[in-house]
Design a protein around this ligand. Structure first.
Ligand code: DX5
Ligand code: ZN
Length: 223
């Protein structure tokens, strides 16, 4: 079966927040498909990032798909606010306090793409009951909460297991993704690559996005 196409999703956590709009426009011009927006509440993860107002400010200045990664304890309470702010897809964690089926139904009712995320300690099997109700699965390849951490290679079998269960589904990876790790995750079956530090640290975003995509495509071919 043909693998789903590689998509590149820059995580704004590593952007220059004083020049966020311009930085994101540059990523769009560089050819990235998705803008990855990391929302952290200081409870579900130890860090705090930003909420709907930042997303709302970016929305009119950008045409990329807005991919909101909620690292928060109670996603259900905030779905509507993120939808209003301009989210197109919402990812919540299976480990959060809210009921997954209810949360998926609520995201669908808002007309948004649904995704569930798995922390490193959560096994692949935990997502199997939801595979027919999600548009994407996010396999965290670091402990969520901070950018710039090292890739966890022991997540590769989890990606492969989910790919075997859902051949056509979008599988996203997030954490420590770079030109070095992209071939490994793509070869295991991931096709949506989130990258923060690896992209925003480069002077030439076009070369950075193209380099990451080429590395992932090489990994897909090596399957
Ligand atoms: C971490 C966030 C990531 C983070 C990735 O919890 O979900 O999206 O920004 O950063 P890098 O690519 O630097 O590991
Ligand atoms: Zn993320």
């Amino acid at each position: 079966m043909q693998m789903p196409e590689i998509q590149i999703a820059p995580s704004i956590l590593s952007a220059d927040f004083a020049a966020l709009g311009a930085d994101c426009e540059r990523m769009q011009r560089a050819g990235a498909e998705m803008l990855h927006l990391d929302v952290m509440d200081g409870h579900f993860v130890p860090n705090i990032s930003f909420g709907p107002p930042v997303i709302q400010s970016l929305r009119p200045r950008n045409r990329m798909f807005f991919d909101v990664h909620l690292m928060i304890e109670h996603p259900l309470r905030y779905l509507e606010a993120f939808a209003k702010a301009g989210a197109e897809g919402i990812t919540f964690h299976l480990e959060c306090a809210d009921d997954a089926s209810e949360t998926l139904a609520a995201i669908e009712a808002l007309g948004l793409k649904r995704a569930v995320a798995l922390k490193p300690a959560t096994p692949a099997e935990a997502v199997y009951p939801y595979l027919d109700r999600v548009d994407m699965v996010l396999v965290m390849t670091v402990e969520p909460g901070f950018g710039g951490q090292s890739f966890m290679a022991d997540m590769l079998p989890k990606i492969a297991a989910i790919r075997a269960e859902a051949p056509g589904l979008a599988i996203q990876v997030d954490g420590g993704i770079s030109e070095k790790t992209a071939p490994q995750v793509a070869s295991a079956g991931a096709n949506v690559l989130v990258a923060g530090s690896a992209l925003f640290s480069q002077a030439d975003y076009t070369a950075a996005v193209a380099g990451l995509r080429a590395a992932a495509q090489a990994g897909q071919r090596a399957q």
